[in-house]
Write a protein of this length. Structure first.
Length: 81
């Protein structure tokens, strides 16, 4: 039956945080994440600005979003624009 929503959300968010922290440490300035809508909505509802609910971040198939990580903002509040 797959994983529960909380387990899925924790797994996706933990992987994203690890990615961002690695980028900040190494000075990497761009990356691409190719994933499905559930992961996109999870990440943006957890970290995206402006703050919005999970289903507000729904996107059409083959589409997505661009996030900008500002190091100071990420380190203070763990949010992305």
């Amino acid at each position: 039956n797959g994983e529960s929503s909380p387990v899925f959300m924790h797994r996706v968010c933990a992987a994203f945080e690890k990615l961002v922290e690695g980028m900040l440490r190494s000075g990497t300035t761009s990356a691409v994440i190719v994933t499905h809508g559930g992961a996109i909505m999870t990440l943006l509802s957890a970290y995206g600005l402006p703050r919005a609910k999970f289903y507000d971040w729904m996107t059409d198939n083959g589409c997505g979003y661009t996030l900008r990580i500002i190091p100071g903002l990420w380190m203070r509040s763990m949010v992305a624009e």
